[in-house]
Design a protein around this ligand. Structure first.
Ligand SMILES: NC(=O)c1ccc[n+]([C@@H]2O[C@H](COP(=O)([O-])OP(=O)(O)OC[C@H]3O[C@@H](n4cnc5c(N)ncnc54)[C@H](O)[C@@H]3O)[C@@H](O)[C@H]2O)c1
Length: 552
């Protein structure tokens, strides 16, 4: 097997790595040395000549050059990475899958002291006050390091090597953790094949004596039943509460039935519920957890792409009324969100493709890398191409989109910000909600409606001079390439504007438009009605037209 050592600069990856390799008669690979050898110059010189971006692309190439993991159960290779190698999602996917990733953890003060004595120049630290520089690096990377096995990096190198040898004896799991973050809005874990172990771990931390899974028939048949079985084989008893599929779960009557099930199962105050399903199930089960016994913990296991990149993050729970969607609900932050990208393998193509409407929205909020990922690999992800899973493209998409939402929600948990923060997540939703409502919440999937709404926002933005034409074209071309917006909508502009007025009433007469700019968004409440009508009429007439061509 390959052991991969990760950790901050100075955490001892090279020293421990050599010791470990020696102990097992294995090869030692210092990734920084491989990069220097390939470039024919020092890391410092690479940073100077090519900047951090140049270095990172050489680093990614060095990770690829490692090839496949060594399948031998004994240690064959010990790989010491640079401190920032694991920042890149693809590097992590390649380095952690089928290998044993070990985090040499150490306090910044101790690391600063070590670095003062070191003869190596660390480009990201040089010229800065070392303790605070290391602390900052540590905070930014904690969630990636924490996905690996944590070992005290300050112990004697031989003791560290002995601890790692014990991990080696335990073998390599068939699952891969990619991210593990303790946040104010719950612990968030992302990985591949991790669901059962993480559910058991999360319930263990909550002191639960059983797993109470709340699911719906679609998710249950696809992934819930095997997950329940895997949880049972790990020693926990399982009880199941079943809600209806789709939006039917989000009805007060369905919640009442499920609450009676909880009563029959004698679910007590403090006993966590585990929501296994897509966004509709998560909204309903989250609401159930918020009100059962005045609130019990909830663990989300999102099983659709919409749920993984969007609805499971942020603590919004809701059910619908005949008068409108999501009218009754509560904020109820989960204890944990367990995002297992392997659960997406059974997802129907239409669900996958529609969810990319939300992903394009997250990219348009200002994530250039996500934009590029969608432009280059989005179509394969939409098709459910197994290569898109294998290459780590799906995992990167999920991680980037999800984390972008985490950051926005952390900055504005209760949507109090009026012109920034959480409200920016409504990009594409002003007209999108109206199309969804007009279609009767069934004919158009949410992400499809958002894709239409994004086009309207781009066209509105172009007309009022906020969205540069090339940015609008880039967003709309991407939506087209992803197969989003293919048919004309059977509504009129007047109907759409009327449906939007319902949203407007909810926000005291001012509909806040989130409008794309050259590299992000602005929020405006002063968009003239005639501009909106014109943009919607244009979209209804020519849904797929690139804005580079006249839309009128
Ligand atoms: N709370 C929030 O912040 C938030 C954000 C966005 C959307 N939402 C809500 O999310 C809902 C839409 O979510 P959704 O698109 O996930 O819908 P969904 O939960 O209805 O799931 C879509 C379909 O996929 C099936 N399914 C689920 N997991 C599967 C799997 N792994 N394999 C195969 N099939 C599977 C389901 O049975 C269902 O038929 C809406 O109700 C929307 O309001 C909430």
């Amino acid at each position: 097997m390959d052991v991969v050592l990760i950790g901050l600069p100075g955490s001892g990856k090279s020293v421990v790595g050599r010791r470990l390799a020696h102990r097992h008669g294995a090869a030692f690979i210092d990734l920084d040395a491989s990069i220097e050898a390939a470039a024919g110059r020092s890391i410092e010189a690479i940073f100077e000549a090519e900047g951090e971006a140049g270095f990172r692309s050489r680093e990614a190439a060095a990770v690829v050059a490692l090839g496949d993991p060594d399948p031998d159960p004994g240690v064959r290779r010990v790989i010491a990475t640079g401190g920032g190698t694991i920042l890149d999602s693809r590097n992590r996917w390649r380095l952690f899958r089928g290998r044993l990733p070990v985090w040499l953890d150490a306090r910044p003060e101790a690391l600063a002291q070590r670095l003062r004595r070191s003869r190596h120049v660390r480009p990201l630290i040089v010229g800065r006050e070392p303790v605070s520089a290391i602390r900052q690096l540590g905070a930014a990377r904690q969630r990636y390091y924490a996905a690996a096995h944590r070992v005290n990096g300050l112990a004697e190198p031989s003791a560290v090597a002995a601890t790692i040898a014990r991990l080696v004896d335990a073998g390599i799991a068939g699952s891969t953790r990619l991210l593990d973050a303790e946040t104010r809005i719950g612990r968030i874990v992302v990985g591949d094949g991790i669901a059962a172990d993480e559910v058991v771990g999360a319930l263990g931390r909550l002191g639960a004596g059983r797993a109470i899974l709340v699911s719906e028939p679609g998710a249950w048949a696809a992934v819930g039943a095997p997950l329940a079985e895997a949880v049972r084989t790990r020693g926990l008893s399982v009880d199941v509460v079943t809600l209806p599929s789709g939006e039917d779960a989000k009805r007060l009557a369905a919640i009442e039935v499920a609450a009676s099930d909880l009563a029959r199962l004698r679910v007590e105050r403090g006993e966590p519920l585990v929501a296994v399903g897509g966004g509709a199930l998560g909204d309903a089960a989250g609401f159930l957890a918020a009100i059962w016994m005045r609130g019990v913990p909830v663990v989300h296991v999102p099983t659709t792409l919409v749920a993984q990149i969007d609805s499971s993050i942020g603590g919004k729970t809701a059910v619908d009324l005949p008068e409108g969607k999501n009218l009754v609900g509560a904020f109820h932050q989960p204890e944990s969100v367990i995002v297992d990208v392997r659960l997406l393998e059974t997802l129907p193509e239409r669900q996958r493709r529609a969810a990319l409407g939300e992903a394009v929205k997250m990219a348009a909020l200002g994530d250039e890398r996500l934009f590029h990922l969608l432009e280059t690999e989005g179509a394969a992800i939409a098709r459910g191409d197994p290569a898109a899973h294998e290459s780590g493209a799906v995992a990167e998409l999920v991680e980037r989109a999800l984390w972008a939402k985490v950051e926005i929600v952390l900055a504005d948990e209760r949507e109090r910000g009026s012109d920034g923060g959480r409200v920016t997540l409504n990009l594409g939703h002003s007209a999108g909600h109206a199309f969804e409502a007009l279609g009767g919440f069934g004919s158009l999937l949410h992400g499809e409606a958002v894709a239409y709404g994004l086009r309207v926002a781009c066209r509105v933005g172009r007309t009022i001079g906020l969205t540069p034409p090339e940015r609008a074209a880039r967003i709309e071309d991407l939506l087209t390439a992803l197969g989003l917006v293919v048919g004309a909508l059977p509504f009129t502009a007047a109907e759409t504007v009327q449906a939007m007025a319902t949203d407007k009433k909810r926000t005291a007469g001012r509909l806040r438009w989130v409008i794309p700019t050259a590299d992000g968004v602005v929020v405006r409440s002063d968009v003239p009605d005639e501009v909106v009508v014109e943009a919607i009429a244009g979209l209804l007439a020519t849904p797929n037209a690139s804005p580079a061509t006249p839309v009128r």
